[in-house]
Write a protein that binds this ligand. Structure first.
Ligand SMILES: [Zn+2]
Length: 422
């Protein structure tokens, strides 16, 4: 008999409870055991990896998104064909009907610029696991009935999977007009709101001007970089701390602890670090719980800041996700500027700046958008002074009067040019 989905979620809740306990007792031993199990039960069924069975993780190739997608057919354990799966995912995205599956598996597109979209496939068990992690580590278990308003750029039926007596997910499609969201969320009166920071900020504005009056007990930020400024605005409006979730291609990578630091879920992940300086690193992840489309030594594009946390967990703590490697500005051959410095400089120019964007046009030109045009000069001269202090003279800063943000996509406040023209 097939196990009902909710029962599976409960089984996984118990399993991850013990996995967490086992990790905290002895991280290395726990990960080694999980890695052996993964090789035995999962990688043995992957054409790409079965010949590498029972070898050290370090002998497996590191892959970035492009290679990972290019190797889709060889990596997955279900003999799925990339083109067939892609067709289903694109059809679902266009029709906004996310029920079709392939061989009973859910397919979805991870966001990314067009032409660079990722395809992910998860089984029902993996969906149940995802829900269990969300409930255990983010929403937290409670016997009180709660309504969750979940804003996302729909990309699979992964999220519509939980409705029970205790928890009800209400799904808001980011592509719908903001007026509809405002009306619906006011009616719903959610206990928990989950969404990307740019959306949470719009909700905070709506709350401030009385278009909505909601009292969520939890506000959870996903998908985009949450800057300290946005965090403060959202917290001050809803009077609750903003929790952060770090996830990729529908894997739950981390979430904030009670001390406000993010922790990587190393009880189900092996995270190798490619250090950029003393505390910044790019993570290379191996997901010990995925089995349809194994994720082995997958190099992310994110810049994470390592820290120590006093909450007691041995899972790697982070102060922040600074942004993506695509947001790192490059000037000339060897001068790079991390996005955090640009952000601090602009915010530092005036405490009233809260909506801005920098787009690098070339090695010598940047366009700068500041929503309050009266503050543009101040921000531009602060940037100019900053570049000079870094030994990067003669950067021309142009005024932009629009924010580049395609509806439903992630808002990026800092865009580096991937290969700037001289
Ligand atoms: Zn902590």
């Amino acid at each position: 008999m097939k196990t009902p989905f909710k029962l599976k979620v409960v089984q996984y809740l118990i399993r991850i409870y013990f996995e967490r306990w086992s990790f905290e007792r002895n991280p290395k031993r726990h990960q080694e055991r999980m890695w052996l199990k993964l090789q035995k039960h999962v990688l043995s069924r992957s054409p790409k990896y079965n010949s590498l069975e029972f070898q050290d993780l370090k002998t497996f190739p590191i892959q970035e998104k492009k290679e990972f997608m290019g190797d889709f057919n060889a990596i997955n354990t279900q003999e799925l064909d990339f083109n067939e799966a892609m067709e289903i995912a694109v059809k679902a995205e266009n029709s906004r009907d996310f029920t079709p599956t392939i061989k009973g598996l859910t397919v979805g597109l991870s966001s990314g610029t067009s032409g660079n979209r990722g395809l992910f496939v998860v089984s029902e068990n993996e969906r149940a696991m995802w829900v269990a992690v969300i409930i255990q580590r983010v929403i937290k278990w409670s016997f009180k009935k709660r309504k969750v308003a979940f804003f996302l750029r729909a990309n699979s039926n992964l999220y519509s999977s939980v409705q029970s007596k205790l928890i009800a997910f209400h799904f808001f499609d980011l592509l719908s007009p903001m007026e509809d969201h405002i009306r619906r969320i006011q009616q719903l009166q959610p206990d928990i709101v989950v969404g990307q920071p740019s959306l949470l900020k719009l909700l905070a504005e709506a709350q401030k001007n009385n278009s909505i009056q909601i009292q969520p007990q939890k506000v959870i930020s996903v998908a985009e970089v949450l800057s300290p400024e946005d965090e403060k605005t959202i917290e001050n409006t809803f009077m609750v701390p903003v929790q952060q979730v770090y996830q990729c291609a529908e894997g739950m990578l981390g979430q904030t602890c009670k001390h406000g630091n993010l922790h990587l879920n190393e009880d189900g992940l092996i995270v190798e670090k490619e250090w950029l300086d003393n505390n910044r690193f790019i993570p290379i992840i191996t997901d010990l719980r995925r089995n349809t489309q194994p994720i082995i030594r997958y190099k992310m594009n994110d810049i994470l800041h390592a820290t120590e946390c006093t909450c007691g967990s041995k899972m790697q703590a982070l102060t922040t996700i600074e942004g993506r490697m695509d947001d790192v500005l490059q000037f000339g051959q060897d001068k790079i500027i991390f996005p955090d410095f640009i952000r601090r400089t602009i915010i530092g120019a005036s405490p009233e700046i809260d909506n801005y964007q920098v787009i690098q046009v070339s090695y010598r030109e940047l366009s700068l958008f500041i929503s309050d045009v009266e503050l543009w000069e101040a921000a531009a001269s602060a940037l100019d002074a900053f570049f000079k202090s870094q030994g990067i003279p003669n950067i021309a800063i142009f005024k932009s009067d629009t924010l580049r943000h395609e509806k439903g996509s992630k808002l990026r406040r800092i865009h580096a040019k991937s290969s700037p023209t001289m």
